[in-house]
Design a protein around this ligand. Sequence first.
Ligand code: ZN
Length: 217
Amino acid sequence: MKNIGMPPTAIPPQAVGCIGGENGGIIMNKTILVETSARHLHVTQEVLEALFGKGATLTNKKDLSQPGQFACAEKVTVVGPKGEFNMSILGPVRSAVQVEVSLSDARKMGIAAPVRESGDIDGTPGCRLVGPKGEVELAQGVIAAKRHIHLDPKTAEEFGVNDKQIVSVKTNADGRSLVFGDVVVRVSEKFAPAMHVDTDESNAAGLGFTAQGEIIL
Ligand SMILES: [Zn+2]
């Protein structure tokens, strides 16, 4: 991610695929890493122990782009009226349980998940969580995460954007170039620059697990 915010002449070879396309020669001066989030859930310590047994802790399987965040070895079956998925927990534990799915996932489970920002779960549908040591009936917490960009304050300043600003992001995958509107910018010292989309959004834009996008103000 060292290329972010650099002048066009400094764009490394891996970003060159984002330049050109039908317009031939777009300058990507607000380039952002675009990562695809597969369905996953966040749990509280209480729910973790209900599902995995008393004293259970999360096992870091892989560090994620956001500092301190990691994919866990622990998996949970998330059950809706029509279907279920086995999902990884993302750690560390949080103050509220949140299940993040694509709208395709939600439809398969029979859950009307709304598009919400992370943490904004009041009035959202619930589901049943099944772990190896127990089950939990969630009253709320199933969302399709609103697409968003994480930025540290320094990069946000370089890009000229603020926390909670809504921007667009253009991606240029071969044959599926797309402009995402309604992308919310989140700025925190705890963040590293990355945009997060779900698997539906990623597939619509023909993205791989990671790609590059251009922020359009
Ligand atoms: Zn994110």
